[in-house]
Design a protein around this ligand. Structure first.
Ligand SMILES: NC(=O)c1ccc[n+]([C@@H]2O[C@H](COP(=O)([O-])OP(=O)(O)OC[C@H]3O[C@@H](n4cnc5c(N)ncnc54)[C@H](O)[C@@H]3O)[C@@H](O)[C@H]2O)c1
Length: 425
């Protein structure tokens, strides 16, 4: 019996989806176009797993509702965008919808700078979604901002705090939105905990544990080409979600971090810190322990394991927030093929609401929807909306979430030094 389960997202072998889908092929170097006022064109830079599993289907659904204009995807090779365009799950959910592909036709060499040309041809104040490997976010975000585009960046925004400050300043001076796609913020349980914590119902956070361990087979994915020891580690890649959530819920800021990492090898021989244990200290002295890995058993009933427990101190007793983010109450045993699964109804699912196609639901969709809606608001109502977004703190921006970059930068220093504590406040 195989075990599959609830997931935050999963690597997908797009080669298994080489069926005819609805594909927009264009040889012309024409620009991504908005389809009307208030409906921005969206360019996604990157065509990997997160784009397939969450970003593109969410945008297709927004396009279907008439809320955004044309969608384009730019990767480094035509093969990547073509596989994405032909993905069976996307053509089944969104019949008749397509995106503009860059590169439009196969080329002998990869085109890592093509995104610059495509962004350069966009009319101002559209939206660029940045979904490339972590260490490339900075250059793509700045390219988009310097061409007057709003930005939605997958987490982590960037790997250094000064880069987040630079991005915040560039965006502010141009009246543009930069949103960091921390989708766990749009999980209702996070919003419930935030409201109750800020209403004083849990007391004060003292000790916590969180984990997110992806399954072993992730090592076989494209990750082995970029999640290498020199650029990233398991904590930087995925632990940042829970650091962000603790701030999102409690409002506390982190002040120091130490990360112990175990060097391991990807199947292609590249070295990576594929097991990490982090300790994050907060401004009130609270301590959060975060464990991350690409090592959860493939045979376990979930494509990952994840969750968070925060112990709090009230005036006369203890408070508790405990979220199982992997097991969400569903136990399925399929018979064809025989698989035991614990699917999550909460992150991202396609449901049949009567068609055409299927409707994406879950906090993965809601997160993209909120960011797109915010960019449209900024265009319609002006840059004062940006202050409101920063202040409200529901959507992560460089101005209101650069504590994440402090943690990541210090974590990289710590892990390279055997887990030494790095403090910045
Ligand atoms: N839970 C989450 O929030 C979550 C989950 C997965 C990934 N991510 C983030 O998303 C990003 C991408 O992850 P992924 O899983 O899709 O990785 P991936 O390796 O599957 O895809 C990376 C993509 O980037 C493209 N790319 C690389 N260099 C490029 C360039 N110069 N121009 C255009 N495209 C380029 C590649 O062609 C590839 O399609 C990472 O920053 C990762 O941390 C976030």
């Amino acid at each position: 019996m195989l075990y599959l389960g609830s997931e935050e997202w999963r690597p997908l072998d797009l080669r298994s989806n080489l069926v005819n889908g609805s594909v927009s092929v264009s040889d012309s170097p024409s620009e991504p176009r908005p389809s009307g006022s208030g409906q921005p064109a969206v360019l996604i830079v990157g065509g990997g797993m997160i784009v397939h599993d969450q970003i593109l289907p969410s945008l297709y659904h927004l396009q279907r509702q008439g809320r955004i204009g044309e969608i384009s995807v730019c990767a480094t090779s035509h093969e990547t965008v073509r596989k994405l365009a032909e993905a069976e799950s996307l053509s089944r959910a969104f019949p008749g919808q397509s995106f503009r592909m860059y590169p439009a036709v196969p080329a002998p060499a990869r085109q890592p700078d093509l995104f610059r040309q495509v962004i350069g041809r966009m009319p101002p104040r559209q939206l660029v979604v940045v979904a490339v490997p972590d260490q490339l976010h900075h250059q793509v975000i700045l390219e988009a901002l310097r061409h007057d585009q709003h930005v939605c960046a997958v987490k982590p925004l960037v790997l250094e705090h000064r880069q987040a400050v630079e991005i915040a300043s560039e965006a502010y001076s141009r009246g543009l939105l930069v949103a960091v796609e921390y989708h766990k913020r749009f999980d209702d349980r996070s919003l419930m905990a935030r409201r109750a914590y800020r209403g004083g119902h849990f007391g004060e956070f003292r000790l916590g544990t969180a984990c997110l361990l992806e399954q072993w087979y992730y090592r076989n994915s494209n990750f082995q080409n970029w999640m290498t020891a020199d650029h990233s580690d398991a904590f930087t890649y995925i632990g940042c979600h829970y650091v962000d959530l603790v701030h999102f819920i409690t409002g506390l800021l982190p002040v120091s971090v130490s990360v112990y990492g175990i060097l391991d090898r990807f199947p292609n021989g590249n070295q990576g810190y594929l097991w990490t244990d982090a300790r994050v200290i907060w401004e009130n002295g609270a301590c959060l322990n975060v464990q991350n890995a690409l090592g959860f058993p493939d045979a376990a009933p979930g494509t990952n394991t994840q969750g968070m427990t925060l112990y709090c101190q009230g005036a006369e007793g203890g408070g508790l927030i405990a979220h199982s983010d992997q097991y969400r109450g569903l136990k399925y045993c399929y018979t064809n093929p025989v698989v035991y699964a614990e699917p999550s109804p909460d992150y991202f699912q396609y449901v049949d609401l009567g068609g055409p196609g299927l409707t994406p639901v879950g906090y993965g969709y809601r997160s993209i929807e909120a960011i797109v809606a915010a960019a449209i608001r900024v265009n319609l109502e002006g840059p004062t909306v940006l202050d409101e977004i920063d202040r409200t703190g529901i959507i992560a921006t460089p101005a209101n979430s650069s504590y994440n970059e402090r943690v990541i930068e210090a974590a990289r220093e710590s892990i390279r030094n055997g887990g030494r504590e790095v403090r910045w406040r």
